[in-house]
Design a protein around this ligand. Structure first.
Ligand code: FAD
Length: 460
């Protein structure tokens, strides 16, 4: 049974919703946080993530002597998205990111460390912060503990936000569906939509992002597009609905992410014949469609023991080792035999890659990021291209207020995958960490704004 009225209703207990609930409650507001899936602790996207949170100008960077700034980060986003990212949201998120990381550590006791063992494509500095083990479940657990010990927050698992009622254009109530089939209307002046995007709604993905519709879906089953549907019913503006994060290396048939650190540490990706087919040094998101174009929509990531060791800090990489996903071979002939590639093609590919990595000759596929030649024994993992989450959604302003006709809708907020992100259009604009920064950063901004608006209904 939900309370009769609360200051703020938050829908979705992933990174965006937990952060938003805490931020609003810390301002003294009463918050009802509703989460539809009893399994959210391990199957919301935040729990499934590798917990990389980018922030430029953080105290961890200062301690490591790394010079970086919000402006540099913003310029990286603009470059990666060819200027198609929502400029207001990108500015707001790059500005709040350092404060967000400190808030996570100091307010929520989430232990963070700066990832310096490899560079993600497109980031001009080491600026990804992660929890030890690089597992989203650890991040989610930290936020959840802070939420559950907050006296102002009621967490209800089971109810689903169905709708938002406006009165004279201002949020007046939230409509919840309870697991036993009842509907409840709850008076509130603020609703924060933190229900992620629509990547699990196959027909909407086919309609809005056909290029990735046939990819393996590796995100949360809860991302069914409720925030977008509610916002659209209310006449909200939407933006970048074709934007998404794909991934070019998910192990088949295990469905476990092969971290792009394998590539950035010197790994290569080959097709069924044993030939490279695209520049692996580009982002992992755009590589998804490259691999989906290959016969059988699969290829092989090839690396060595040094790279394997370097990637073990990732919980996913440990799982791949435990699951037996790595096939080892002492030389290129045996590698051809374990992968089914053509021995002469594979031998040529490995020899060419070794030359480029040693700084000899120019890669016709234009890969510029090489580390060192691979050393036998070689490891290979069969991979396919995947869809992780959508990055377009409800249009918002710098306080995460949902817009209608370009103006804020009083009391309605969106954060995380529910809102437009900072990845521009298509699958090429995604930079590592864009998902969680939009979740946690917009959650913080939305929670603070909702908390402020309750005391000051005329706005911020
Ligand atoms: C394998 C993988 C790795 C990733 N790694 C990273 C990374 O390292 N860094 C990064 O930045 N991003 C990463 N991402 C993306 C990142 O996980 C997401 O962008 C981010 O977690 C989205 O957070 P969210 O709170 O919006 O959504 P979620 O964490 O999915 O939470 C949304 C919650 O809302 C609930 N919900 C939905 N509809 C309703 C409703 N109507 N009522 C009530 N509840 C509802 C859902 O059940 C869900 O629990 C990764 C994604 C995947 C799949």
């Amino acid at each position: 049974m939900s309370p009769a009225a609360v200051d703020v209703v938050v829908a979705g207990a992933g990174g965006a919703g937990l952060t938003a609930a805490l931020a609003a409650a810390d301002l003294g507001r009463t918050v009802l946080l509703v989460e539809q899936r009893p399994t959210f602790r391990h199957d919301c996207n935040t729990a499934m993530s590798t917990a990389m949170i980018p922030a430029a100008g953080s105290r961890w960077q200062r301690e490591a002597g790394i010079e970086d700034s919000a402006e540099t980060f913003l310029a990286d986003i603009e470059r990666k998205t060819s200027g198609t990212a929502d400029a207001t949201v990108a500015r707001a998120l790059t500005a709040v990111a350092p404060e967000l990381t400190e808030w996570l550590a100091d307010r929520c006791a989430v232990r963070l460390e700066l990832v310096t063992d490899f560079a993600y494509p497109g980031h001009s500095a080491h600026r990804c912060h992660a929890v030890p083990g690089r597992s989203g479940q650890t991040l989610l657990r930290g936020l959840l503990q802070a939420v559950q010990s907050h006296p102002n927050i009621t967490l209800m698992v089971g109810p689903r936000l169905l709708d938002v009622i406006l009165r004279s254009g201002q949020v007046a109530a939230a409509v919840l569906a309870t697991p036993d089939g009842r509907q409840e209307r709850l008076a509130t002046s603020s609703v924060i939509l933190a229900c992620n995007g629509f990547a699990a709604a196959a027909e909407r993905v086919r309609e809005l992002i056909p290029e990735i519709a046939d990819a393996l879906y590796c995100g949360s089953p809860g991302s069914v597009g409720d925030a977008l549907a509610i916002g659209e019913r209310l006449g909200a503006d939407v933006a970048c609905l074709d934007s998404y994060q794909g991934h070019g290396s998910v192990a088949v048939p295990h469905g476990i992410l092969v971290t792009w650190a394998v590539i950035m540490n010197g790994g290569i990706i080959i097709d069924a014949r044993g030939a490279r087919f695209a520049d692996e040094g580009q982002g992992y998101s755009e590589f998804a469609t490259n691999i989906l174009c290959q016969p059988g929509s699969t290829g092989w990531v090839v690396f060595d023991e040094g790279i394997n060791q370097a990637c073990l800090p990732f919980a996913d990489h440990q799982r791949l080792n435990e699951a037996g996903a790595l096939r080892w071979a002492n030389d290129s002939i045996s590698l051809a035999s374990v992968t089914g590639c053509r021995p002469e093609v594979l031998a040529g590919t490995l020899a060419d890659a070794a030359r480029y990595a040693a700084g000899q000759g120019r890669d016709p596929l234009s890969r510029s990021h090489w580390t060192r030649p691979l050393c036998p024994p070689y490891a290979a993992i069969r991979v396919t291209g995947a869809l992780f989450h959508t990055q377009g959604g409800l249009a918002i302003d710098a306080h995460a207020r949902v817009l209608r006709g370009g103006r804020p809708m009083p009391g309605l907020f969106a954060a995380g995958g529910a809102a437009v992100g900072i990845s521009g259009t298509g699958g090429d604009g995604y930079l590592a960490g864009n998902g969680l920064l939009a979740a946690l950063g917009l959650g913080l901004l939305a929670g603070r704004a909702a908390g402020t608006i309750v005391t000051n209904p005329r706005g911020l």
